[in-house]
Structures are given as C-alpha cells and as structure tokens.
Write a protein that binds this ligand. Sequence first.
Ligand SMILES: [Zn+2]
Length: 425
Amino acid sequence: MAETPLILLLDAELYAPTPCGRCDLLIAGERIAWVGSAGGGAGAATAAKAGALPRELRDGLVKHLGVKVEELRGRRVIPGLIDGHTHLTGGGGEGGFKNRVPPMVLSKFTRAGITTVVGVLGTDDVTRDTAGLVAATRSLREQGLSAWCMTGGYHLPPRTLTGTVRGDLVHVDCIVGCGEVAISDHRSSQPTLDELLSLAADCHVGGLLAQKAGTLHLHLGDGKRGLALIEQAVAKSELPARTFHPTHLNRRKALFEEALALAARLRDEERRGVAGRAWHVDFTAFPVAPDEDAFTADVALRRWLDTGLPAERVTISSDSGGSLPEFDGEGCCVGMGVGDPASLPDCLAKLVAAGQPLERVLPAFTANAADLLRLPTKGYIEAGRDADLCVLDEQGRVTDVMARGMWHVRDGRARVLGTFERTEA
Ligand SMILES: [Zn+2]
C-alpha cells in the first residue's frame, strides 16, 4: 500500500511512451488518476492528457485531501519497464546442480526500473515446476511488483499445474501463456511440427477462453533449423502468427537475419490482406562479446526499426535469473554466467546515448509487451492505468521508480527491499 494514497507529481517531461510534453500527474493509491498539462495552463489538452489543474484546485487538494506534492522539474518520466522473460525461481542447472540459479529478489527488478515481470521456467523443468513459479509470481505481487508467468518449460509434454496448458490459462489468474518452449536447441525436446501446432492450439484456445494473451513463447537456440518450425506453423495452420512468439532472436547473426526476412514476408502478406499475419518478436538484452556471432539487443532493435518493420511488434527482455551457459562442440557446459535485470535499462540508456529518440525505442520496453501480453493496466502512462513510473536522468538512466503507486527507488537507492533482502542489508 502507498504511504499516502494521493501524490501529485508536478512538471514531468512525460513519455507515455508517446511524448506528451510537460505534465502533472495525480497518483491515487495504485493507479494514475489524472494526467494534465503542467505549469498552470501552459500546455494544451490532448488525447493523452487533460488541461492544466487550476492553482486553487491544486491548493484545495493539498489542504483538504492531504495530497503530497513532488516537483520533478522537467525530468523525463517513462512507464515502468516490462520484462517479459525472466526466471523468477532462478533458472539454469546445466552443468550440474551447483549451477541452479537462486530465485530473483524484488530490488533486482525495481533498481532496474522494471515494474512488471513475466516469469518462465527454463531448461530445468524437472526440479523446478509451475507450482513453484506461480508461488514466486504471487510472492513478488505481495511485495509490490506486478507479476505474471507462463506455464510449461523448455520441454514437451509441458510441465503444468492443472494437467493441461488450456486448464492453466483458464484456471490460474497469473498464467498468461506457455513457455519458454525450446526449439532449434540441443536442450529442446526436438518437437515436431504437429507437436508444436497442438501446443500452440492449446495456448490460443486457452487465451480465448480466459481473455489472456495465450502466446506460445519460444526459446530459439543456436540450431541450424532456426525459425523453420515457426514459418511452417504459420503457413500450414489457422493459428494467428502472434501465437508463435520467439525470443533470443539476436543470439546469432544468421538467426536475426532470418527473423527480419520472415517478419518482412509476413508483413507483406498482411498488406495483401492475408489474415492473422501480425507477428511479434523478442530480443534478449544479454551481454555480447566483441568477437561473438551475435547482436546486442540495442543493435537488433535499431535494425528492426530502421528496416521499417512494425515498431509495435518488437520487445526486449532481460532473461534475468537465467544462466548463460557456454557449451563446447559436444554439448558439455564449459562456463556459466547469469542474466541480470539491469541489462534492460542499460540497453535503453545505450540507445538514448547513441542519439535514438526516446519515443522511438521506448515502446519496445513498455507498451509493446503490455499489448502483446494483454495486460490492460500496464505499459502506458495515462489515467486509469497502474501507477508504474520511472524517472530518468540526463543520460537516460533510471533514478527513481514507482511501482503500483509506491516509490521503490529514490535517487538510485532501493528504499523497499524484498522479504529476505532485509536480513542481508
Ligand atoms: Zn531461453
């Protein structure tokens, strides 16, 4: 619960993620109650904001309703970041039990400006299960974050809670899709086209019944088959392309080029009137060594946008909590790293530092994921949505973070810590 239920933020340079100019925002509990022009009437009302709040009304709110007023002095305010792929229970496990990554803690996300997460299992869907992931998701919700998760893991048949993917989608509130199911990877179940179609159909129908995203979130490995299964699945079935949502597409340069080509082809079919061709892709903000055959997520996003592919159909996620194993040619694990939520804001800051307009790149970190995952209160700063905000400094780095109406981070310091972080602090 917020320390005071009403907060008036004055004079923010608002990116909602569309640029709205100087704005005042009224936060009421966990929601954004009102967005209007700043400065007592300087800006005009638009679709995204109302006119200015008259001075006497503002004074009245403070005097009679106890509204807390905070001056932002023109600093940029953006929606809280959405991380659509994070291993909340900890991922990993390749290379032995010692490589099982510990669960993610609250402030790892909030310090990174991430206010919404979607948890996934991963390679280890044996010692980790959907019940544990749902519990981790609910735990983060209780700690003030917004959290959802996927049922299933890398393998088929998928690990579920109720026995079917459809059932999980329909019966479990926080489950919005299935994944990450691995394809083109030596760690996958080597699924056939028919198996993949059957699973995607479950996702689609479960999503329809429960009014959820119902996406099949697909982990792409380094395998030479690349996107072939997805391409065939879209071509041969009645399922909409958005059901097949691939991630890690920037992990190999050839895979990335294949993704651009497929996206362009589907876009062209869509333009010709073929139904269900709207395809969404996800890039991973993992570290890339200079000599590595991969693109960083910022480079991948710029290429996607520069190529003229749909700007609203690309997202970036952190893969945090997941292990970053290195394998030799025999499939033996020879090294291990861990994905970090900070890779997401670092990627955003890198894009801004390279001169990219904030409004051009921001949707990939905010609104696009909310739209794809059908999270109607997320991704945008407007009246009625959840009060999830980040304040940026001059360099585009996150300094202050509000999640569901509560300031979790001020001046770069976490002032709300997770349940078991307190004992370590
Ligand atoms: Zn993965």
